[in-house]
Design a protein around this ligand. Structure first.
Ligand code: NAD
Length: 302
């Protein structure tokens, strides 16, 4: 569906991240079959953090479903940084592996920056290596591997607005290296006027109210209220916050107060079922792209 931000009808379009992610996965799987190549993804988990364990398992499974070579390395929480660097060095030189992902956060005794910098940028499917950050910031998108969550969020925005992003005002709430900053850079590349709101921004609600597109990546449940949003804006909620309830259950909520904001937005992502499923789908897309580039590079080197 393609709607203009001004075509607000009081019935917001619910952006279905699960359906979009399934389409991306189906297209990656079809490409793997058609191209008769087998992208290889190595996922490394250090320690036994429950959430990270689930994320890593899901990534490895999804890679298998796409027809990839999927390798998972589970290392103890006591693993030394030098051992992790040694594993990354081996994977950098392994021709069967095109994507290397180290699940974050790492245990505190390991320097995550040093680990990320050790990954061959052409295999950095998370897009966190400063070479990929630089490619994105300078607009060399054809060379970049772009972080998966902002890439997935952009995909959902384009599902709603098509190629009509030029000149729209996008407000990104959050300035992390993983979501906020790459999101802002991606939107700049698509000719949006971009404002970043962060924890020190004065009157964030007034800044947000000017936006045609709001992307919330904060980690504060329900921060964005109806009066932060211009009627007809497209609202993308990246936040994933677990709320524990007395008794024995918890639920996931986003950074946007969904029930309030759906009354003013023209399109909105739910949590769960919005940006979340897109992250793994874009990881598969990045791994396929990395494998394709490696094949082209090998062919041109002959
Ligand atoms: P982070 O903690 O690294 O960054 C949060 C940012 O929000 C900071 O830049 C900070 O300046 C800003 N901030 C904090 N309080 C604020 C406030 N009151 N007003 C405005 N800005 C404020 O978090 P992150 O890694 O960017 O993640 C953000 C959220 O997105 C979290 O809920 C996280 O779980 C979620 N997330 C989801 C996915 C996904 O796959 N959907 C992936 C990554 C992160």
């Amino acid at each position: 569906m393609k709607i203009a931000p001004s075509s607000f009808t009081n019935q917001p379009y619910l952006i279905d991240g699960k359906a979009s992610a399934s389409q991306v996965i189906a297209s990656v799987t079809a490409a793997v079959r058609a191209e008769r190549q087998r992208p290889g993804l190595a996922v490394i988990l250090v320690g036994d953090d429950p959430a990270s364990t689930v994320y890593v398992r899901n990534k490895s499974r999804r890679a298998e479903e796409c027809g990839f070579l999927s390798r998972q390395y589970t290392l103890s929480a006591e693993t030394r940084g030098s051992e992790l660097l040694e594993l990354i060095g081996r994977l950098n030189g392994d021709p069967e592996i095109h994507g290397i992902l180290v699940q974050l956060p790492l245990p505190r005794h390991i320097d995550a920056c040093r680990i990320i910098k050790a990954i061959d940028p052409s295999k950095d499917v998370d897009g966190f290596h400063y070479v990929n950050v630089g490619h994105l910031a300078t607009g060399a998108l054809h060379e970049a591997l772009v972080p998966c969550t902002p890439l997935g969020a952009l995909h959902l925005i384009q599902e709603v607005l098509g190629d009509k992003l030029c000149g729209l005002h996008a407000v990104v709430i959050g300035r992390s290296n993983i979501v906020g900053k790459p999101m802002a850079n991606l939107l700049l590349q698509h000719d949006c006027t971009v404002t970043i709101v962060h924890s020190r921004t004065l009157s964030p609600e007034a800044v947000c109210r000017q936006a045609d597109i709001v992307i919330a990546a904060v980690g504060v449940p329900g921060l964005v209220k109806a009066d932060w949003v211009k009627p007809g804006a497209v609202v993308i909620d990246v936040g994933i916050n677990r709320i524990d309830h007395p008794g024995d259950y918890s639920r996931l909520v986003g950074d946007v107060d969904f029930d309030e904001v759906k009354t003013v937005a023209s399109a909105i992502t739910p949590v769960p079922g919005g940006v979340g499923p897109m992250t793994i789908a874009m990881l598969m897309q990045n791994t396929l792209n990395a494998a394709r580039r490696s094949r082209i590079q090998q062919a041109s080197a002959v």
